[in-house]
Design a protein around this ligand. Structure first.
Ligand code: PA5
Length: 478
């Protein structure tokens, strides 16, 4: 069986000969598939374990889609697909700090020294990436106890909630703060409303000149209201290149400035993205991008129309939200697309668990794993043992977490839910940069296999038009 597959593959034009020689080719096609060998060979790569989809798909299914995957990857890399005017993100990763990155680092230093609080104003792709990386690397409680030197970071302009707004205003009272206004178009309503108010708060507090030192605008290089405002008011600006769409902009100042303010090494992050750019250009099924993009499309064709993207890390929730926007806005078009849902385990096993286990069988899962942290927590003993937990005495929390993960995968697979596992290795800024680029690449390839333009979002405009009409915005009367 293995032999037949190998000879079938050697005839294809998509495999690079040097990779064909590697043992992992065999490991990949062995069923059940184990990723141990692959990890030795590609030790820096994110590995995608698809051994838990074989109950729903066959190897023949996977091989049959190889040309589609190769064509989709080529269309993306060569810039011949739909939406190719927005492929600037492919070349964002760098190994050395650019002048723009040096300015970002200098601005971040100034903000860290002068501010108790840093407010990031933006919605969708203009805030999800930075929030995702900050929470994943520093935890959901990172703001507690922070202030000048290492400011608290809050996000505004991503809702129209008065309660949320009042909460932020109360929080900013008596605090020194700076803001980054992030909008590619420069005209999005939610951040525009927040910008107006925060700017006035800063001007009242520090005067026009003082406020100017605390306002940073990140927007299109040439057009939009924000670009014009920044020029007129003399705010320092950073660029979202015209050929980079909002949800693909995390490796520009959109993500990098907030991350640098959080004290995260943005050069390391960029190096991780550069690792990904090099590693995942491989044109064969040894590439985890191919595995993920192909398998999710095959599952979709077999009726699995919902993908739940999960992790057992609470700090991953916002990363899931970033992924949800990336895949949702890129693929949900022309009556097609996998519905992307994010969940946090084990918390959501106590809410969504029942639905996943026994609801409509149209779901598959992608579970993202990281190595356990070095600092361990060991469960203690209790002489009364009223809770019956003494059988876990001396075990680490990681040990329990691992068993919960394995138990969940087995339960869900037994319940008819295919599970893809992404093993990311150690969690650090470099890995997060790699993961961003890896998933962006997966998204581009997957959307082209699906047959949609990944880089527009015409559906998002509909609610805006209706809202503008209801609000009486000039030009939207009809
Ligand atoms: O991915 C996208 O392009 C969108 O989700 C935008 O990021 C979002 O609508 C915000 O737009 P803007 O940055 O123009 O304010």
């Amino acid at each position: 069986m293995k032999k037949a597959i190998e000879s079938e593959r050697q005839g294809t034009e998509f495999c690079r000969p040097d990779f064909n020689k590697r043992t992992c080719v065999c490991a990949f096609f062995a069923v059940p598939y184990t990723c141990t060998t692959r990890k030795d060979v590609f030790r820096y790569m994110i590995t995608v374990d698809i051994s838990n989809v074989w109950g729903q798909l066959t190897l023949a299914d996977l091989l049959a889609i190889e040309k589609e995957v190769a064509d989709a990857h080529a269309a993306l890399a060569d810039g011949t697909g739909e939406g190719n005017e927005y492929l600037g993100w492919l070349n964002l990763p760098v190994r050395e700090a650019t002048d723009e990155m040096k300015r970002i680092q200098a601005a971040a230093k100034k903000i860290r020294e002068s501010s108790d609080v840093f407010v990031v104003v933006g919605i969708g792709g203009s805030y999800l990436g930075s929030r995702a990386a900050i929470e994943l690397l520093q935890g959901t409680n990172r703001n507690i106890g922070k202030g000048k030197g290492d400011p608290q970071i809050f996000f505004a302009g991503n809702s129209l909630s008065t309660r949320h707004w009042n909460e932020l205003c109360r929080l900013l009272e008596d605090k020194d703060f700076s803001i980054a206004i992030i909008s590619k178009s420069g005209t999005t309503t939610e951040p525009a409303i927040a910008t107006r108010a925060l700017r006035w708060m800063l001007e009242r507090k520090y005067g026009t000149d003082g406020a100017r030192e605390r306002i940073f605008a990140i927007t299109d290089p040439c057009k939009g209201a924000l670009r014009q405002m920044a020029a007129e008011e003399g705010w320092e600006t950073f660029v979202i290149p015209s050929n980079v769409g909002g949800r693909f902009s995390v490796l520009t100042a959109v993500g990098l400035l907030p991350l640098a303010v959080a004290g995260i090494d943005i050069l390391e992050l960029m190096n991780g993205a550069a690792d990904a750019k090099e590693s995942y250009d491989l044109r064969s099924f040894e590439n985890p991008v191919w595995q993920y993009a192909a398998v999710r499309n095959l599952l979709y064709r077999s009726g699995k129309a919902t993908e739940i993207f999960t992790s057992f890390e609470p700090g991953f929730r916002m990363f899931g939200a970033w992924w949800q926007q990336l895949f949702g806005e890129s693929e949900g078009k022309d009556g097609k697309g996998i519905f992307p849902v994010t969940a946090e385990f084990t918390a959501d096993l106590h809410s969504l668990g029942q639905m996943i286990q026994a609801g409509e069988r149209n779901i598959f899962e992608t579970m993202v794993r990281f190595d356990a942290p070095e600092q361990k927590y060991t469960i203690g003993g209790d002489w009364k043992n009223l809770d019956g937990l003494n059988y876990l005495e001396g075990k680490t929390l990681d040990f329990v977490d691992e068993k919960a993960y394995l138990g969940t995968v087995t339960a869900h697979v037994d319940g008819g839910v295919p599970v893809i596992t992404m093993d990311c290795g150690e969690l650090n800024p470099r890995k997060v940069g790699e993961l961003f680029y890896f998933l962006e690449l997966c998204c581009g390839v997957s959307a082209y296999i699906l047959g949609v333009n990944p880089f527009n979002q015409p559906g998002v405009e509909m609610y805006k038009r209706n809202m503008f009409q209801l609000l009486g915005k000039p030009g939207y009367e009809k």
